[in-house]
Design a binder for this molecule. Sequence first.
Ligand code: SF4
Ligand code: SF4
Length: 192
Amino acid sequence: MAEMSFAEMDMMAKYYGDRNLLDNEFFWLDCLVNYRDRAVILPVADCPATRRMLHSLLKCTSGECGACCHYGRVDLSNDDIKRLSPRKPNISIDEKGCYLDCSQGCQFLKDGACSVYDDRPDICYEFPFQAPIDSVLPDGSRVKRAVYRLKCKPALDVIRAAFRYAMTSNSLLLPDLNIVQIKEVSIEKINA
Ligand code: SF4
Ligand code: SF4
């Protein structure tokens, strides 16, 4: 296991050995506090169907939060720039490419809502999904696993649903949000 952060050590001390973390409300509330903004590797394969399924579970009420519009940078693709150009965006550039500097809040965030919602950058459209990560299954096969950012309570609920889907009766969820022995990782239907 990789070196643990203080937050993870605290979670381990508190919850290690609990065989039913999935249903432990205190555990999930502690996850939100201790792991907020962390990219969580989900125990499901990354594919368009998985993304659609998980995205449909995200109960994010438009115009009532915008907490994910304060990241330091929102990277822009050429297509993003083309779509946004009529809005005259203030685009920053560095060696990694073009981006919106959102460290003080995105220039398009108005009253807690995105004012360019239909033309927003792909990265915003996908959020809280992050770039998938390569993983090796117990049988040696490789799979890309979905990665989800634990930004908010709605994101936490999606993460929890994914873990509930993936865990078999003899799986064990660890307090660092890993599970021992995962179910096969293609996803058909998740009931939150
Ligand atoms: S995804 Fe989460 S952080 Fe972003 S606006 Fe929705 S509730 Fe807020
Ligand atoms: S473009 Fe819209 S969704 Fe993306 S960071 Fe800015 S306000 Fe938020």
